[in-house]
Every structure is written in structure tokens, then in C-alpha cells.
Design a protein around this ligand. Structure first.
Ligand code: S3P
Length: 449
């Protein structure tokens, strides 16, 4: 039984109520995507990788454990400071037991890719949420590269056994959906292949793997492809050398205090060191279009990742239309955007959300349910979500979190400004990505009980 499943057996409900102005300056935890990648690339590099600002959430800790099982030396050297001594490209050892990724699709899919390029057998497993998520999307290209999938559930679901390729083949792969996880799995397997592995995406997804591979010494080139896409060419069998990684604050976590400050009257907060990679800023752009007061002061970037400080003040928001091509740059933010949209005046239409159906939960259905139970008029039409904002939200609902951290945090944010309190059935999964969410929000003035 995973840690998350044990927690799910003993749910921790919480209620958020209308709060006074939120004020203060906080730094949300390190970026989840970059934290996973720092550990995985550190484990595939020769020499030491020192990571500071690592997200010490359950998802990332599971990746750290997996890297240890695969032969890397992974140590915590201080608060959010980690050292990884890697085994070199294709150097993973056969793990003694199944690798358990808990709730994390990113950790699991990226490590499946990395293992696919090594001549070892590994078993992959996760909690009930992860076991329900599609893995075929990464297994298809990895089989083309020579990996073999043994026992697995229907649709390639976990638990599954993977035999990595002895002599992986480089491929040219066009991803069927905009997914950094699919792209990254292919690139990580491609590290072990001779020649050039190419991934083509019609819509550009987050490029942290590409930026970090470059930082670790790989030869990787990204060029525009079509209107919104990219072509990525990775030269295989590089010598990756250990590197220093400074993890900026996670914009997907910053989204919660940001929206809370916008909707709680009189609020004025500062969010420090938030990563501003342009492939992650869809929510920022959308909130600004809605009339949000978000001032940005630029800071220096690190390892190719820019970051900034944001001052966020309570704002009158209006409904907007969010185009489908923006989805990859804010795929994890639609839940909290739907909360902002509920407090806006007018209709917000979010288009092209099919990928939300295969996240930690079916987030399209769960978002609609979260709003409905709190008196907001909402509709799902094909892959679009339509929210009727009325400037205020009744609240009073009990929200089912479905083992999904972002549902829990979005619902709690909603309760901070709604007429009546909003309750969530379980806060345990918040620890997967934002372990300090509750105390940090309280420090800004949020009222939870
Ligand atoms: C992630 C990619 C996204 C995102 C996830 C993190 C990553 O998933 O939803 O939280 O770090 O690569 P998809 O690639 O499946 O869209």
C-alpha cells in the first residue's frame, strides 16, 4: 500500500471560509516538473548534481526513491537541498522491487522513458489514481525504440513490467497529443540510442527536459514547427555531466495564492521567484485578460529558466474566452481558473480541454462538479468548459477531491471568498505537490477550520 493510499483510508476534511484581505510575501515550493527532471537527469549523469529548492512533495520524493532503486546515490543535504551521484546514460541497475510512483504521472512516465533505454527489467506501480491513467501514450513510442512491455493491465495501465532495450533505436516521433510527459519519455530513452532521436509536437508543451538536457551537456536543438509546434532533435549517447540546478518556485502552485488574492477583497500579496517559462504562463495571460492586477518585476534566470516576482491585488474580473492552443501552457491551471471565472462578471469559455480528462482525476467532470455544488452555473460542451460568472459565489458545498491535489486546493481557494464556507472531503493529496499549502495560506490570512 502506498503512503497516499494509507492517507486516503483516513481522510482529512477541511473547510475554507470567507476571509479578510490576504497580505504578505511568500515563496511557494519548487517547481514539480523541474524537480523530477533534476533527479532523473542527475541519476543519468556522471558526477555530482546539486539541487537547491527541490520540491519535497510526495510525487518528487517517490522519484528520488526510484532513482535510488535504479542505482543512483541520492541524498538530502539540507532543507530542499539534494545531491545526486549518477550512473551515466544507460547505466541504470535492475531495481530490486517494483518502483512505486504513488500519485505521480510525471515521475512514472519520465522514468518509464529513462528505463526503456537501459537493458534492465523494472516494474512500475502507483496509487489507485495513477493506476487508472493511460500509459499506452508513452509505451507506444518506447516499443518502437525496442522496449518490451510485459504483464500490464488493459490499455497499458499500471502495474506494468518493462524490459528496456539492449540496443535502443533512435526514432522520429510525432506526439499524438501535446504532452511534455510523452516528449520527455522519448527523449530520455533517446539518450541511450545512437544517432538522432526526434520528437515533433503540433502544439509546444513545456520544454524543461530540453533546457535541462542542454544544461547537463547534451546536444539538443529545438526549432519551430508549424504555427504552434516544435521539432526537437537530440543527439544520442552524450556524456551527461552532473550540474547545479536551482529550482524556481512552481507557477502551478503559485496559481492558488494568486487566484485567492484576486478574489478575496482588499488582498495585496507578493509571490517570489516564480518561474516564468513562456510555456507555463497561460494562466497569467488569461488572468490579465480578465482584468487581474498582477505586477511583475523581472529577476535573473537560472539554468535557462526565467523567474520573476509578482505583486497580486484583489481585482474585479470579467469573463473571457480561452483558446484551445493555450491549453498546453496552463494545463494544470484550469481548475483554479474556473474558480476565478466563477467570481468574474460574465461568461468564461475554456476551449479544448480533452487532456483534463486523464489527469490525477477526470478534471473536466470534477471542475464542473466543484462549481455546481457551490451554486455556480457551469456546462461541459464537448471538450469546452463554460462558466457563468456572477461576481460572487454562494458556496456551502462539499467538494469530492478524487485523490487530486489540485481539486482540493482550488476548492479551498474558492471558499476564501464565497458567501458560505466550502468544504473538501480530503486534503491529504495536497502533500503530493504543495506540502505547506495550508500553513502558507493561513500565514497570508486564509481562514481554514
Ligand atoms: C508535466 C506535464 C503535464 C502536466 C504535469 C507535469 C511534466 O502533463 O499536466 O502536471 O512535468 O512534464 P502532460 O504532459 O501529460 O500534459
Amino acid at each position: 500500500m502506498t503512503h497516499s493510499e494509507r492517507l486516503a483510508d483516513d481522510p482529512t476534511p477541511l473547510e475554507a471560509r470567507q476571509s479578510g484581505p490576504l497580505t504578505g510575501n511568500v515563496r511557494v515550493p519548487g517547481d514539480k516538473s523541474i524537480s523530477h527532471r533534476a533527479l532523473i537527469l542527475g541519476a543519468l549523469a556522471v558526477g555530482e548534481t546539486r539541487v537547491s529548492g527541490l520540491l519535497e512533495g510526495e510525487d518528487v520524493l517517490n522519484t528520488a526513491k526510484a532513482m535510488r532503486s535504479l542505482g543512483a546515490k541520492v541524498e538530502r543535504t539540507g532543507p530542499f537541498a539534494w545531491s545526486v551521484r549518477g550512473v551515466g546514460v544507460a547505466g541504470f541497475a535492475q531495481p530490486p522491487a517494483a518502483l512505486d510512483f504513488g500519485n505521480s504521472g510525471t515521475g512514472c512516465r519520465l522514468v518509464i522513458g529513462a528505463v526503456a533505454g537501459c537493458p534492465i527489467r523494472a516494474e512500475f506501480d502507483g496509487d489507485a489514481s495513477l493506476r487508472s491513467r493511460p500509459m499506452r501514450r508513452v509505451l507506444d513510442p518506447l516499443e518502437l525504440m525496442g522496449a518490451r512491455v510485459g504483464a500490464s493491465q488493459q490499455g497499458g495501465r499500471l502495474p506494468l513490467t518493462l524490459d528496456g532495450a539492449r540496443d535502443p533505436l533512435p526514432i522520429v516521433y510525432r506526439t499524438p497529443v501535446a504532452s511534455a510527459q510523452i516528449k520527455s519519455a522519448v527523449l530520455l530513452a533517446g539518450l541511450a540510442a545512437p544517432g538522432v532521436t526526434t520528437v515533433i509536437e503540433t502544439e509546444a508543451s513545456r520544454d524543461h527536459t530540453e533546457l535541462m538536457l542542454k544544461h547537463f551537456g547534451a546536444q539538443i536543438v529545438s526549432t519551430p514547427e508549424g504555427r504552434h509546434g516544435r521539432r526537437i532533435d537530440l543527439t544520442g549517447q552524450p556524456e551527461l555531466h552532473g550540474a547545479e540546478v536551482v529550482v524556481p518556485a512552481d507557477p502551478s502552485s503559485a496559481a492558488f495564492p494568486m487566484v485567492a488574492a484576486l478574489i478575496v477583497e482588499g488582498s495585496d500579496i507578493v509571490l517570489s521567484d516564480v518561474m516564468t517559462n513562456p510555456l507555463r504562463t497561460g494562466l497569467l495571460q488569461t488572468l490579465r485578460e480578465m482584468g487581474a492586477s498582477i505586477e511583475q518585476s523581472e529577476l535573473r534566470g537560472d539554468a535557462g529558466e526565467p523567474m520573476a516576482q509578482f505583486r497580486v491585488r484583489a481585482s474585479k474580473l470579467r469573463g473571457v474566452e480561452v483558446p484551445p492552443e493555450r491549453a498546453p501552457s496552463m494545463i494544470d491551471e484550469y481548475l483554479v481558473l474556473a474558480v476565478a471565472a466563477s467570481f468574474a462578471e460574465g461568461t468564461t469559455i475554456m476551449r479544448g480541454l480533452h487532456e483534463l480528462r486523464v489527469k490525477e482525476s477526470d478534471r473536466l467532470a470534477a471542475t464542473a462538479a466543484m462549481l455546481r455544488v457551490n451554486g455556480v452555473k457551469v456546462e461541459i460542451s464537448d471538450d469546452d468548459l463554460i462558466v457563468e460568472g456572477r461576481g460572487h459565489v454562494e458556496g456551502g458545498g462539499l467538494v469530492a477531491t478524487h485523490m487530486d491535489h489540485r481539486i482540493a486546493m482550488s476548492a479551498l481557494v474558492m471558499g476564501l471568498a464565497s458567501d458560505r464556507p466550502v468544504k473538501v472531503d480530503d486534503t491529504a493529496f495536497i502533500a503530493t505537490s504543495f506540502p505547506d499549502f495550508i500553513p502558507m495560506m493561513r500565514s497570508l490570512g486564509a481562514e481554514f477550520s
